[in-house]
Design a protein around this ligand. Structure first.
Ligand code: NAI
Ligand code: MG
Length: 497
C-alpha cells in the first residue's frame, strides 16, 4: 500500500512542529507537559505530536471561556459577530488545500473527498450561520392572565447565549464536526471549549488559528486536544460549563448525559446509527445501486448516517446485490493523498480491530460476503469494501453499528413488514427510499422513525437541513435553524402597563 505522496508546504509545516493547546488566545503546552502522537492511518507512521490536555487544562480553558463571555465578544453587535463568523468560512476556503491534506493525513479519507465535501461543507456552515447572527430575535406577546382581570401587559422574549459551551467531537469528519459545533455557538454569542478526537486533532487546531485570524476575540474559542476519559470527561462534568454538545458513540453519549447531571447543563447528542436504505422494484434500479454503494462506502463507511442495512424488494434483489458487489470490487483503496484513491484506510488500529471483529462475527453467524469480507494485508488500517448477504434481522451485522465499509443486504416482499424491519433498531438517524412511486415514498417517509429520510438520494448534507436522531441516535438537531435553539436561552420579559 506504500505510495509516494506529495503534500503542500503548509501541510508539512503544520505537522512538523509540535501542536499546542489554545487557551485564552494563547497557544501553550499542557499543564502536565504531556503530549500524544497522531498517526497517518494509511501507513501507521507518526504524523505529529500534540499537547495532551486533561482536567487541569480544561479548568483553565473553562475559566478563559467564562471570562470571554463578558468581554469584547459580548459587546459586538450581531452584524459584527455575523461578519466574523462569515470570515471564518472565507478563510477555510482560502486554506482548502492544506485543510484537506491535514484531514487526509490524520483521518485517512481521500483528499478529493475532503476537498469536495468536508472543506466546502465546513465553510458553508459558517456562511449559513453568519446570516442568522442578525436574526436571533424574540417575539412580542400579548399575554392573557386569567387571575388578573383587566390587567394589561407588554411582554416580549429575548434570546440570549446559553453561555460557556463544551464541545466534544469525533474523528470521522474532524473539520466538519468542529464547524457544526463552533458555527452555531459563535453565531449565538457563546464561548467554547472544544475537545477534538484524539485520533484526529490537527484540522481543528488549524481551524482555531483561522478563527483567531478572522477576529474572534481571545478566550472565545479554546481548544483542548486530549483523550475522552480525561479531557472529555472533565469537560462534560465541569460545573462552569453551561452546555455540552457531543458527537460520537451512543455508549459515550450516555456517559455524557450522566456526567452532565451535576449542574444540569444542557446536553445535545449526535450519536450512532444503523440506517436502512430501501430499494423498491419500481425504482431506477441503477441509480439505487449507485446510491446504496455511496450510502455505505462514502468516507470508508465511517459515517453515523451510513446506509448499512439494505432492503431490496425480492424480484430485484439479485440484480441489486450483483450491482453493489461489482461497485464494491471496483473501488480503488489506497493512501488518501494518492489521486487515484477512492477509499482510504480506517482511522485507527482500534477501529480496524472493531470492523474486522464484526466481519468475523458475520462469518460465524452465517453471513456470506459477495464482495470483500476481510482486511487488506500490509501496512495501514485498510479493509475491503464488503457486501454481506444471508443476513437475518437478529444478526449482529443487522443490529449493531459497524462504522466501516460493510453493508448487509436483505430481500423484502411486503411494505408493512419492510416498515417494521426498517424501524427495528435502537437507532433512528437516517434512511433512504428508492422508488418512482411518489405516494409510496412520502407515506414511507412518514412511517420511518429517523431524523433524515432521503428519497432517491443518499448522504445529502446541507447547512440548511436539520440533522440528528430519533431514539438512541441522539438528542436535538445539528445545523439548520433548529441548532440555534441548542445554544440559546429564551427569556420572557413582562411589563405591567
Ligand atoms: P467515542 O464516542 O469514544 O469518541 C468520540 C469523542 O468522545 C472523542 O472526542 C472522544 O475522545 C470522546 N470521549 C470518549 N470517551 C469519553 C468520555 N468518557 N467522556 C467524554 N468524552 C469522551 O468513539 P470511538 O471510541 O472513537 O468510536 C467507537 C464507535 O463509536 C465507532 O465505531 C462508531 O460506531 C461510533 N462513532 C460514532 C460517531 C458518530 O458520528 N456518531 C463518530 C465516531 C464514532
Ligand atoms: Mg471510545
Amino acid at each position: 500500500m506504500a505510495v509516494a505522496v506529495s503534500m503542500a508546504d503548509a501541510t508539512r509545516r503544520f505537522t512538523s512542529e509540535p501542536r499546542k493547546l489554545l487557551i485564552g488566545g494563547e497557544w501553550r503546552d499542557s499543564v502536565s507537559g504531556k503530549t500524544f502522537e497522531t498517526y497517518d492511518p494509511a501507513t501507521g507512521a507518526v504524523l505529529a505530536t500534540v499537547a495532551e490536555g486533561d482536567k487541569q487544562d480544561v479548568e483553565l480553558a473553562v475559566a478563559a471561556a467564562r471570562k470571554a463571555l463578558d468581554g469584547p465578544w459580548a459587546k459586538l453587535n450581531p452584524s459584527e459577530r455575523g461578519r466574523i463568523v462569515h470570515r471564518i468560512g472565507d478563510l477555510i476556503m482560502e486554506h482548502a488545500e492544506e485543510l484537506a491534506e491535514l484531514e487526509t493525513l490524520d483521518n485517512g479519507k481521500p483528499k478529493g473527498v475532503a476537498l469536495a465535501a468536508d472543506v466546502p461543507l465546513a465553510a458553508d456552515l459558517f456562511w449559513y450561520m453568519a446570516g442568522w447572527a442578525t436574526k436571533l430575535n424574540g417575539g412580542t406577546i400579548n399575554p392573557s392572565v386569567p387571575y388578573m382581570p383587566g390587567a394589561e401587559f407588554h411582554a416580549y422574549t429575548l434570546r440570549e447565549p446559553v453561555g460557556v459551551v463544551g464541545q466534544i467531537i469525533p474523528w470521522n469528519f474532524p473539520l466538519l464536526m468542529a464547524a457544526w459545533k463552533l458555527g452555531p455557538a459563535l453565531t449565538t454569542g457563546c464561548t467554547v471549549v472544544l475537545k477534538p478526537a484524539e485520533q484526529t486533532p490537527l484540522s481543528a487546531l488549524r481551524l482555531a488559528e483561522l478563527i483567531q485570524e478572522a477576529g474572534v476575540p481571545d478566550g472565545v474559542v479554546n481548544v483542548i486536544p486530549g483523550f475522552g476519559e480525561t479531557a472529555g470527561a472533565a469537560l462534560a462534568q465541569h460545573p462552569g460549563v453551561d452546555k455540552v454538545a457531543f458527537t460520537g458513540s451512543t455508549e459515550v453519549g450516555k456517559l455524557i448525559a450522566q456526567q452532565a447531571t451535576g449542574n444540569l447543563k444542557r446536553v445535545s447528542l449526535e450519536l450512532g446509527g444503523k440506517s436502512p436504505n430501501i430499494v423498491f422494484s419500481d425504482a431506477d434500479v441503477d441509480a439505487a445501486i449507485a446510491g446504496a454503494a455511496q450510502g455505505i462506502f462514502f468516507n470508508q463507511g465511517e459515517v453515523c448516517s451510513a446506509g448499512s442495512r439494505l432492503y431490496v424488494q425480492e424480484d430485484q434483489f439479485d440484480r441489486v446485490v450483483e450491482g453493489l458487489t461489482s461497485a464494491a470490487q471496483s473501488i480503488r483503496v489506497g493512501h488518501g493523498l494518492d489521486p487515484d484513491t477512492e477509499m482510504g484506510p480506517l482511522v485507527s488500529q482500534e477501529q480496524f480491530d472493531r470492523v474486522t471483529r464484526y466481519l468475523s462475527i458475520g462469518e460465524q453467524e452465517g453471513n456470506r460476503a459477495t464482495a470483500g469480507g476481510s482486511a487488506i494485508d500490509g501496512e495501514g488500517w485498510f479493509v475491503q469494501p464488503t457486501v454481506l448477504v444471508d443476513a437475518k434481522p437478529e444478526h449482529t451485522i443487522v443490529q449493531e453499528e459497524v462504522f466501516g465499509p460493510v453493508i448487509a443486504a436483505m430481500p423484502f416482499s411486503d411494505v408493512d413488514d419492510l416498515a417494521r424491519q426498517a424501524n427495528d433498531s435502537h437507532y433512528g438517524l437516517a434512511a433512504g427510499v428508492w422508488t418512482r412511486d411518489i405516494s409510496k415514498a412520502h407515506k414511507l417517509a412518514k412511517r420511518i422513525k429517523a431524523g433524515t429520510v432521503h428519497v432517491n438520494s443518499y448522504h445529502v448534507f446541507s447547512a440548511e437541513l436539520p440533522f440528528g436522531g430519533y431514539k438512541q441516535s441522539g438528542w436535538g438537531r445539528e445545523m439548520g435553524e433548529e441548532v440555534l435553539n441548542n445554544y440559546m436561552e429564551t427569556k420572557s420579559v413582562i411589563v405591567g402597563l
